[in-house]
Design a binder for this molecule. Structure first.
Ligand code: HEM
Length: 620
């Protein structure tokens, strides 16, 4: 292509810096360098020509250096043509920086220009080539710039404003499950204005909840935290810091200590038997065996009564209720208040993710949050007033009986690092009630063998009932109550698995996916409690394939209480009744559809026929 060279033809054996690479051998450059460094460099016209080339080359170098550096910093993928060019040229420039100037200018041209543009370049061609390269470079980097210049985990391309919300359905854990099948165990999404990262494997759960626990220990600031939990004064939504640490200390030493939980054993037993009595009466109507719709009402009444007695000191509603007065006068009102709190604490509220749309409250959630927050506050004021009255009445002889008593004593404790105050007591109590009332879950041979047929199963029998425990684990594997755990937030920039996770990124761990990982579980879609018999996998936050209560420092503090309630209820229900589906209904027809909230529950009530199987006097 010498003919197209605007410069005079090269003298034989003389370096023509802009000649194609093919014409030169690697040794030629070194020979030229020798000529330059030994002072036998060309002069006059040749020198001028070389200067022009040098100018062009510098422009390439600048472009190349910039491209390569940007490419390097932003982790440009190999497929990105422009940045590859930048890298190729830039790589030569490393040598340029460290070696002889002229020699490496030549190398630059030979290795990069020569290969990329195998012809001598006119000024116009040079300009065109540079413009094209710049365009490639920009196109290649555009994707990275869109991701804020970070090396983010893979994920779907977000839309302006809404991000990836268009991919999330009514059951976010299932939509996210489908997405992570495509993008992998660590996935980057964008919900409105916020980056979101989802971990969907044991390894990722471990990285976020254990290895980098301190980084991902915060919670996002959501409208529900603000309007329903006293401006983040509860434990669940409290930002990471001294207040939250103190709250966790109170949980460990006061609220959920082994002694305190044991002291409430009689309450759990009482309430389970109240449920059993109710089912017995319902199932032994005129027809002896009647279909009993065992639904959330039965189990939530049980849990509600257990928790109100432990936390508030009395059974508020139902048979033998101490009081059905105050701002929340009926069981249905109380339950709908709690349901509303749980649903609103789990919703994806547009304003939380697109803050500039917050004021519009497009879904009406904020209005509902404020409303339920107010009702709850009135209820709590009533409870605290009653407590204060009793304390004054009993004077010196006052003994803390329930969790509100304990919290009220702490509220006045001047030695606390941060004063709890009345708001703190109300907010903590809300967590206790909300956490405790959602602990529902659905071996009789085992029960008969261990317990027998002439007494009821009790908490001391539980360690001897591995099959009951296996059923609970299997249920929690397939239907985790909090499938995405409660979101965490990155407190600072972090690198996880080589990917950048920016400060403020919201992190979900999808236990729903982990519970269905075929590499962890044989036939994951089958309900097989036997898989847990003899297995060491537990639910206490150490085995990352099964984390119904989360893990790490922000793990559920009420897990042992929750677990005890579930174990006793399930064991008692299985011990006291035989269960079958109503006539004509098959197992496949049993709906397992869910409703998403802070806790995920059945969409349709479980309809089963129960038949008492123990002597009648035990149910009285
Ligand atoms: C079956 C019953 C329960 C389940 C499945 C459950 C599940 C969970 C989960 C998954 C978390 C989030 C953990 C994380 O971020 O890693 C959590 C947090 C929490 N749970 Fe539970 N929980 C249950 C029972 C209870 C009970 C009985 C209480 C209290 C009476 C309670 C109070 C709390 C509180 C206060 C937090 C927030 C902890 C924090 O942010 O520091 N939970 N729970």
């Amino acid at each position: 292509m010498q003919g197209s060279c605007p410069e005079p033809p090269c003298p034989p054996k003389m370096s023509c810096w802009s000649n194609p690479m093919a014409r030169r051998s690697p040794g030629d450059g070194r020979a030229d360098l020798a000529r330059v460094t030994t002072g036998r460099s060309p002069g006059g016209e040749e020198l001028r020509r070389r200067r022009v080339e040098l100018g062009r080359c510098r422009a390439w170098q600048t472009l190349g250096t910039g491209g390569a550096e940007l490419g390097r910093r932003r982790g440009v993928p190999r497929a990105s043509g422009g940045a590859n060019l930048g890298r190729a040229v830039g790589a030569k420039l490393v040598r340029w920086a460290s070696g002889s100037y002229q020699y490496d200018v030549e190398l630059c041209i030979n290795a990069s220009l020569g290969r990329l543009l195998p012809m001598e370049l006119s000024p116009f061609a040079t300009f065109l080539a540079m413009a094209l390269t710049a365009t490639f470079l920009l196109l290649g980097l555009k994707a990275r710039f869109r991701r804020g210049g970070y090396n983010l985990p893979p994920g779907p391309r977000p839309w302006p404003v809404i991000g990836n919300f268009n991919l999330i359905g009514e059951l976010p854990h299932r939509s996210i499950h489908e997405l992570s099948r495509r993008y992998g165990e660590l996935m980057h999404l964008r919900f409105g204005s916020f980056p979101v990262v989802v971990g969907s494997s044991v390894a990722m759960a471990k990285l976020f909840l254990k290895t980098h626990d301190v980084v991902f220990i915060d919670r996002p600031r959501t409208a529900s935290g603000k309007h329903t939990t006293y401006n983040y004064a509860d434990i669940t939504w409290a930002p990471y810091g001294a207040y939250w640490r103190q709250a966790r200390r109170i949980c460990i030493t006061e609220l959920f200590s082994v002694r305190r939980i044991a002291s409430f054993e009689h309450i759990r037993a009482d309430e389970v038997h109240a449920l059993v009595r109710g089912l017995f009466v319902a199932s032994t109507g005129r027809r002896r065996v009647a279909a009993v719709h065992l639904n959330r009402d039965h189990l939530s009444t049980l849990n509600m009564n257990v928790i109100t007695r432990m936390v508030l000191g009395k059974r508020f509603f139902g048979e033998g209720a101490d009081a059905a007065e105050g701002p929340v006068a009926s069981r249905a009102e109380f339950k709908s208040m709690l349901d509303e709190l749980l649903v609103l604490n789990g919703v994806l509220s547009v304003g939380d993710w697109i803050p500039w749309l917050d004021w519009m409250d497009l879904q009406g959630y904020v209005r509902r949050m404020k409303k339920v927050g107010k009702i709850f506050d009135e209820f709590m004021e009533y409870v605290l007033d009653e407590n204060t009255e009793r304390r004054q009445r009993e004077g010196e002889g006052f003994v803390a009986r329930d969790m509100v008593d304990v919290l009220m004593e702490l509220a006045d404790d001047p030695t606390l690092e941060i004063q709890l105050g009345r708001v703190g007591v109300k907010a903590f109590t809300q967590d206790l009630i909300a956490g405790g009332t959602e602990s529902s879950s659905p071996a009789t041979e085992e029960l008969d063998r261990v317990v027998g047929g002439d007494r009821w199963v009790n908490e001391k029998d539980i360690p001897h009932l591995p099959y009951v425990e296996a059923i609970i684990k299997e249920t929690m594997r397939m239907h985790p109550i909090v499938p995405l755990l409660i979101p965490r937030v990155a407190r600072e920039d972090a690198v996880v698995c080589g990917y950048d996770i920016r400060k403020g990124t919201r992190v979900f761990i999808n236990m729903w996916t982990i519970g269905r990982d075929p590499e962890l579980w044989d036939s994951p879609e089958e309900f097989t409690p036997e898989r847990f018999l003899g297995s060491k996998i537990d639910v206490k936050g150490q085995d990352f394939e099964l984390l119904p209560f989360g893990s790490g420092r922000r793990m559920c503090p009420g897990y042992s209480l929750g677990l005890k309630a579930i174990q006793l209820s399930l064991a008692t229900l299985l011990h006291g009744f035989t269960w079958r589906l109503p006539e004509g209904m098959t197992k496949e027809e049993l709906s397992m559809e869910e409703v998403f909230g802070l806790s995920t529950t059945r969409k349709y009530p479980l309809e089963v026929v129960v038949e008492p199987r123990l002597p009648a006097h035990l149910y009285k």
